[in-house]
Design a protein around this ligand. Structure first.
Ligand code: AMP
Length: 216
């Protein structure tokens, strides 16, 4: 199967970024992630103000700003992609429906307390994008990236207060998408609480299965 079109769904901290990298490596598709695109443009002035004004509080950036990012990325993607962090509400999902066909929507299932533990302990490399966890997956030298030697940072929105807000925003806005994609027969639940390797094993089987039964 070439060029699968995958939408990875799940709460913040479920491992969408990590698993998207596995998908990209295995299937050679584009990684479309609104979070990374917005972080790279946090202080760009839009018709709705700067993305930072929403992101640092854990709120959603207005739909027109993210929709524009996604349309441009979909045009660049040569058929296959993995969407990570988009859509995040029903109106984004309906917008996406008009602009792309999706083969499968794996949902990474992780409980709330585990998400809080993961997100507040997360450290990221601002240079190469590698991610670590202070307790579960620390770098060899504290706060230094194993991959490229850069100083690791904590994302501005990974503080406990903002994490709780992001999870509430997920419950309220993004969780309804589960039903949206279930009704379309695209949703496939994956246990997201194992190690990254275990989750990837299950996710890969889910993708292969969906693509095979999709008749592609
Ligand atoms: P993420 O890296 O996916 O956790 O996204 C970080 C932050 O970027 C979110 O908390 C939102 O403020 C913003 N963001 C990312 N994707 C979207 C989206 N699809 N819609 C609205 N805001 C988004």
């Amino acid at each position: 199967m070439s060029n699968p079109r995958i939408l990875l769904l799940g709460p913040p901290g479920a491992g969408k970024g990590t698993q998207s990298r596995n998908v990209v490596e295995t299937y050679g598709v584009d990684h479309i992630t609104t979070g990374d695109a917005l972080r790279a443009n946090k202080d760009v002035e839009t018709d709705y103000g700067k993305p930072r004004e929403y992101m640092d509080k854990g709120e959603l950036v207005p739909d027109p700003v993210v929709n524009e990012i996604v349309v441009a990325a979909l045009e660049d993607a040569d058929g296959g992609f993995v969407l990570d962090g988009y859509p995040r509400n029903l109106s984004q999902a309906e917008f996406l429906d008009e602009h792309a066909t999706i083969d499968v929507v794996p949902l990474l299932d992780v409980g709330r307390e585990e998400l809080i533990r993961r997100l507040t302990g997360r450290r990221v490399c601002p240079e190469c994008g590698a991610t670590y966890h202070v307790a579960f997956d620390p770098p060899e030298t504290t706060d230094v990236c194993d991959e490229c030697g850069s100083a690791l940072i904590q994302r501005d929105d990974d503080t406990e207060e903002t994490v709780r807000e992001r999870l509430s925003v997920y419950e309220e806005n993004t969780a309804p998408l589960i039903e949206f994609y279930e009704e379309r027969g695209l949703l496939a639940r994956v246990d997201g609480e194992g190690t990254p390797e275990e989750v990837w094993h299950d996710l890969r089987l889910t993708i292969e299965d969906a693509l095979a039964t999709g008749g592609q």
